[in-house]
Design a protein around this ligand. Structure first.
Ligand SMILES: Cc1cc2nc3c(=O)[nH]c(=O)nc-3n(C[C@H](O)[C@H](O)[C@H](O)COP(=O)(O)OP(=O)(O)OC[C@H]3O[C@@H](n4cnc5c(N)ncnc54)[C@H](O)[C@@H]3O)c2cc1C
Length: 288
């Protein structure tokens, strides 16, 4: 079914209850349906639902519609200006074919610990805007993803958009993806950071988000606290990176050992912090 409006979509979801699923790009959903992990009887196709396909900056926030595709995010001047780390993240996701279909909402609702769009949004303090039969509500992204494959979304709710406060902090942002190869690789570790510097060179505020090293993407709050209010030095940048590695809770799997992941977090957090707090830092991504 192709609902003509968000109201029709929400009404349809409420009526069909557990029998229904939202179909966006289908890059996760079709895989799950093929292996029998999800067996919806009704699909609501939102891939062309116009109100969910907009990117705009309004009232100091960048709004990215849930049905916006990764290639569209990568091409957006608004996103590039407001949150450069997001452009790096979507450009490094999978292959062009997947990026042409995959949407932001699908990436967030799938709730993979390794989802590449999540760390830059988490570092930027994003909120998820949900629409349901009782109206709209906003949930901090940090509270929205509650475990692998689990979110705070109710069955009859749809993710309408993600909103990110825009400012000096979001503009000085970076994303790093470490995968086992250049394309079509799930992240072994991914990370993102945002920083705002004082004119005297001290760190006014800093956020570090880590992915694929805990059941959900996570903020490294203790590492952030090491640098807040201080002038970056070789010593305190190394200390922050080491604490980020202690804070994460990785597992060993086919892609890496837990210890290997910790070492990647330490090395790449250090590199990211050096770049972010250095002189010409805006928007540079890195990959492996
Ligand atoms: C070969 C391959 C490579 C991949 N590589 C990567 C990668 O490198 N990095 C990465 O992060 N991911 C990767 N993925 C995963 C996937 O492409 C992304 O998670 C993608 O963003 C999912 O978006 P979608 O629009 O295809 O979601 P769909 O498959 O359409 O939906 C996914 C889930 O979200 C629900 N949903 C979707 N939109 C909404 C909404 N607006 N409101 C409520 N529920 C919704 C659906 O019901 C479904 O449960 C890969 C997948 C494949 C198949």
């Amino acid at each position: 079914m192709r609902p003509a409006s968000v109201e029709e979509l929400v009404g349809g979801l409420a009526a069909a209850a557990a029998e229904a699923a939202v179909l966006a790009g289908g890059t996760d959903l079709h895989v799950k349906m093929r292996i029998g992990k999800m067996q919806p009887r009704v699909l609501f196709d939102i891939s062309e639902l116009e109100p969910l396909r907009r990117i705009r900056v309004q009232d100091g926030r960048l709004h990215i519609g849930a049905a916006v595709r990764m290639t569209e995010i990568a091409a957006s001047q608004e996103v590039r200006r407001a949150l450069p780390a997001m452009v790096s993240a979507v450009n490094e996701m999978s292959s062009r074919q997947i990026r042409n279909r995959a949407t932001l909402g699908g990436n967030i609702v799938t709730a993979s610990p390794a989802a590449d769009a999540v760390p830059p949004l988490l570092a930027a303090d994003a909120v998820v805007v949900l629409v349901g039969p009782e109206g709209d509500r906003e949930v901090a992204l940090a509270d929205f993803v509650v475990g692998p494959g689990r979110t705070a979304k109710r069955p009859s709710e749809v993710v309408a958009e993600v909103a990110v406060p825009v400012g000096a902090m979001s503009r000085r942002s970076q994303f790093v993806k470490i995968g086992r190869r250049k394309a079509q690789a799930i992240s072994v570790v991914n990370l993102a950071g945002c920083v705002e510097m004082e004119v005297d060179g001290r760190v006014r505020d800093l956020r570090i988000a880590l992915g694929a090293v805990a059941p959900t993407a996570m903020r490294a709050h203790r590492a952030e606290a090491v640098l807040r209010g201080r002038r970056p030095s070789a010593g305190n940048l190394r200390e922050a990176a080491a604490i980020a590695a202690q804070e994460c809770r990785p597992i060993s799997d086919i892609r890496a050992t837990a210890d290997g992941r910790r070492r990647l977090v330490e090395a790449w957090t250090l590199r990211m912090l050096q770049t972010l707090t250095g002189p010409a830092s805006v928007g540079r991504g890195a990959d492996q």
